[in-house]
Design a protein around this ligand. Structure first.
Ligand code: ZN
Length: 235
């Protein structure tokens, strides 16, 4: 079984009627519900308002892949919890960061760059699959049309990814590395750009399939979770 924790800030859905209409159960509720249809996935959710943001040591120890969506409360996120998540990723926990979670403390810590980008509200996107042989691209069409999406554009200040699987094109002519993988310690990370809260992006079957594929890709292999400590070796 792959044990998944879907973490969401869960702020916009409670504050704005138009967003609550799209995600009445929150973005985390939507993502959890399609993940639960996979027989080998067990899914729990956590949100910002829970003690320790719901990401206690115990929860992380029981998590193979953590999915995060965040936006408005990035600065308020606990440094202690961000450090805890970082150490679990280094030890082999998979991490999937969605949309504006690029700018989370967790991602900034793990990737070490500013994570800045260009953005503009109210655009449309053609999401091109540029690495069709990658496991995250399995069963995904050459291009996914997103009739409404926020524009994220280059330069995206990330370290060089292991793989770029999706490139986004926007009507203003901007392009973006929309789906990238990274390795940190024993952990695999996938960043995926689509998912602005004002549009029903996570209800789209192709987007759901990409996230399902990414969970399988980022899950630790066998018993590979470990604490990253230096070992003294005798000759
Ligand atoms: Zn957004």
């Amino acid at each position: 079984m792959v044990r998944i924790t879907v973490w969401n800030e869960y702020k916009h859905e409670r504050e704005y009627e138009n967003i609550r209409k799209i995600y009445p159960e929150g973005i985390h509720g939507c993502i959890a519900s399609f993940l639960k249809t996979e027989e080998d996935f067990t899914v729990r959710t956590a949100t910002f308002d829970m003690p320790e943001h719901g990401l206690t040591e115990e929860v992380l120890q029981e998590t193979d892949v953590l999915i995060i969506w965040s936006h408005a409360l990035q600065d308020e996120f606990s440094d202690t919890v961000a450090e805890r998540v970082q150490s679990h990723v280094l030890g082999g926990m998979g991490l999937i960061a969605l949309h504006s979670a690029h700018f989370s403390k967790i991602m900034k810590r793990l990737l070490g760059t500013s994570m800045t980008l260009k953005w503009r509200h109210g655009d449309r996107e053609k999401l091109w699959c540029i690495a069709p042989s990658h496991p995250i691209a399995k069963g995904i069409p050459e291009m996914i049309e997103l009739s409404q999406e926020e524009m994220y554009g280059e330069f995206f200040d990330i370290p060089k990814p292991d793989d770029v699987i999706f490139n986004g094109w926007f009507s203003g002519g901007e392009v973006f590395r929309s789906g990238c993988t990274f390795s940190r310690g024993m952990g695999k990370i996938f960043y995926f750009q689509p998912g602005h809260e004002e549009y029903p992006i996570y209800f789209k079957p192709e987007i759901q399939q990409i996230i399902i594929n990414a969970v399988r890709f980022c899950a630790p292999i066998g018993e590979s979770r470990k604490k990253m400590e230096c070992e003294k070796v005798e000759i």
